[in-house]
Design a protein around this ligand. Structure first.
Ligand code: 1HN
Length: 365
């Protein structure tokens, strides 16, 4: 069958297309191939930010910019240059670094986007989540789920820097953003310190005899680096490497920590290489330790501690490390799984694709 419907003369067709446009209608046939590619063709491109640059500019923000009501947070977002100036790491994920100076606090608020904090530097800041003051130390993951009150409070004499990951671009695309400042005080009243950890932080245990509100997100708000580290060691001891992955889970469901955001930690042993892999959905990686490189759709990105990089949907990903390396990442996978849109595959280059021959090194300021 012809793509342009019944044959017509050029003049009549031009008039018809003009008429369509004037009436805010768009014919599918000229754009169907672009709308329906055989596999995802994301706007999001890979990109890598170096820690030395992130650290330097976060510190400068600390010197130059105070935290006021309204602005609320000293946050530098990873603005992927492929996204037309949007302050987003990928089309679905927000990634940023946040700097909180000595004796500073970031006032309480809540919003419908869900967030995670992954601590890069400094020790002892409290993020209070619905009245539960959660201590933050390097390598810890702290959750601030959708519509939970949260403030950050640095009672130490050192600055603190962490990675912020949010589902904000997705919630924005769904026109579902709500925000509310905590009032009248800047900081919440603290009900206690580490409440969620005492209730839910045991190994494979569930509290009985407590009045436990159950929501869609993990009731455990903090995942300590010591536990993550030990779990990765356990996986390596069991399987021998070179690459092990854990997903942080909601202890109630065993599923993702939040409905919209998944969190993972990858450990790749020195000299090791991961199997080439791709999945639907994007990820933002944070190098917590080690040094190595990742080949993303044929381009090599070299990284070391603190660097952050974006892996787009359906991009082929392969890590190669010189030192044993720990890569934290956030993903939109829980959303894709909930919608039955998730796919993943491991790629055997020997038989599947010849394209790996062309690898260029990307360096980034
Ligand atoms: C936010 O509330 C925080 O609470 C961090 O620390 C980053 C990015 C966009 C919107 C809200 C925070 C954020 C954010």
């Amino acid at each position: 069958m012809s793509k342009t419907a019944p044959a017509a003369d050029a003049e009549a067709l031009d008039a018809f297309y003009a008429d369509l446009e004037a009436n805010h209608l768009a014919p599918l046939w000229p754009i169907s191939a672009e709308l329906m590619p055989s596999a995802p063709t994301p706007q999001t491109a890979p990109y890598l930010w170096k820690w030395s640059m992130l650290r330097r500019l976060a510190e400068r923000a600390g010197e130059l910019v105070t935290i006021e009501r309204g602005g609320d947070r000293r946050v530098l977002s990873l603005a992927n240059p492929s996204l037309d100036g949007a302050p987003y790491a990928s089309s679905t994920l927000w990634g940023a670094i946040q700097y909180l100076g000595p004796r500073e606090s970031a006032p309480g608020h809540r919003h419908t986007p869900s967030a995670i904090r992954f601590v890069m530097e400094g020790s002892g800041v409290w993020t209070t989540v619905n009245g539960d003051a959660c201590g933050m130390f390097p390598g810890d993951l702290v959750l601030t789920p959708s519509w939970h009150w949260h403030d950050h409070n640095n009672e130490t004499d050192e600055p603190m820097i962490w990675f912020d990951g949010l589902d904000l671009p997705t919630v924005k695309a769904l026109d579902a953003i709500f925000f509310e400042p905590y009032e009248p005080d800047e900081l919440q009243e603290v009900r206690g310190h580490g409440i969620s950890e005492r209730l839910w932080g045991g190994r494979a245990s569930r509290p009985r005899g407590f009045d436990l509100p159950v929501g869609p997100s993990s009731p455990l708000l903090v995942y300590r680096w010591g536990d993550t580290d030990a779990a990765l060691d356990g996986l390596l001891a069991e399987r021998g490497g070179p690459h092990v992955t854990l997903e942080y889970t909601n202890p109630v469901t065993g599923g993702a920590v939040m409905p919209t955001l998944g969190c993972e930690m990858h450990r790749i042993v020195a000299g090791g290489r991961s199997r080439p892999y791709r999945k639907v959905g994007s990820s933002v990686y944070v190098v917590f330790g080690g040094a190595g490189s990742s080949v993303i759709d044929g381009q090599r990105y070299e990284w070391s501690r603190g660097d952050m990089f974006v892996v787009p949907s359906w991009a082929t990903l392969e890590h190669e490390v010189s030192e044993t390396s720990d890569l934290f990442c956030i993903t939109d996978r829980p959303m894709l799984e909930a919608l039955h849109l998730f796919r993943e595959e491991w790629i055997d280059f020997a038989t599947d694709a010849p394209s790996r021959l062309e690898i260029s090194v990307v360096t980034s300021a």
